[in-house]
Design a binder for this molecule. Sequence first.
Ligand code: PHE
Length: 370
Amino acid sequence: MKDQIGKLIEARRSAIENSDLPESVKSMLVRHYELSVEGLKIIAEAGIFKELNDLRVKYVGKSGEITSLMKSLKDVPADKRPLTGKFINELKTLFENAISEREALLAASERRSREERESLDVTLSPPATTASSRPGALHPLTLVKNDIVKIFTGMGFTIVDGPEVEYTKYNFGLLNIPEDHPARDPADSFYITPDILLRSQTSCVQARTMETMAPPFRIVCPGKVYRPDEDATHSPMFQQIEGLVVDKHVTLSDLKAVLEEFARKFFSADTKVRFRPSFFPFTEPSVEVDLSCAMCGGKGCRLCKGTGWLELLGAGVVNPAVFDMCGIDSSVYSGFAFGIGIERAAMIKYGIPDMRLLFDNDVRILEQFR
Ligand code: PHE
């Protein structure tokens, strides 16, 4: 390349010398062609854009050397101007080409080094996670609730929802809970007005469902309930999953089969289920359902207080009086209902001794349930 330019300049020099230009013009042109050898060499070696830009200003800028050479054309006799101009223009082109060539080279090498700098090694392991970049996870109670719901939807139950701020009519009246029942006492429920309260059980959704849906149906309703209790096994807010099946010929043994299936799926295949007689105004007969202790397998331990059994839920056959109040023909349909405590289920499954651990949201505890 340099050689080529050298040869070109040599050729131009003799062309200038052999031309009929005035001696003064000839010597001016030759001098510039000679100086250009050095100038072009500097351009070809410019290391950074800034340097190259300075050289552009120096040679072909507004008052650069070649530009001012152009201006001196006016001192050349008119008939010699075209040829003189041709030589000057050629020189100008030589500089401009040299500059843009160098510019392209610099740009390419800059791009290459940037690419090297910014290249990613996708095989490297990610940086260690910090407290703020730790991924989130579902709360253990949400996990347990999801597990329970999944088992029932797997048995053909559909999920329904109901309000947490509820009329006493649904929380008590339609559930056959008489006016003088202790559960209605203001000390046992959070009343908002005499007719409205924070629901104390998800059983209200039973009444709402029976009022609006035509049997047969199988529903579960997970949700929050509220009672003014607080100790290691009670919280003013806790969650239940209500279940209700209404169809023809539904019996207590269907309830038992469904709950046994649930217990085996949710706890373990060898979990035993025990029914104890109990009382709820909305079920008749009513039962309290115990499971063989998840910790000791029934031998008796601290968790089950030596009994080998853990109480999990209340259930029963729907009281025909409830059907009558909710507009379902009790001579045609029967049903069963159950209410599982979600916190209780979580405590039994994971051997958690104090319900408050589930609400304190201590990450050391939460992390164990990922
Ligand atoms: N609602 C009852 C409770 O909170 C549980 C229950 C639900 C009992 C359905 C029978 C049928 O204790």
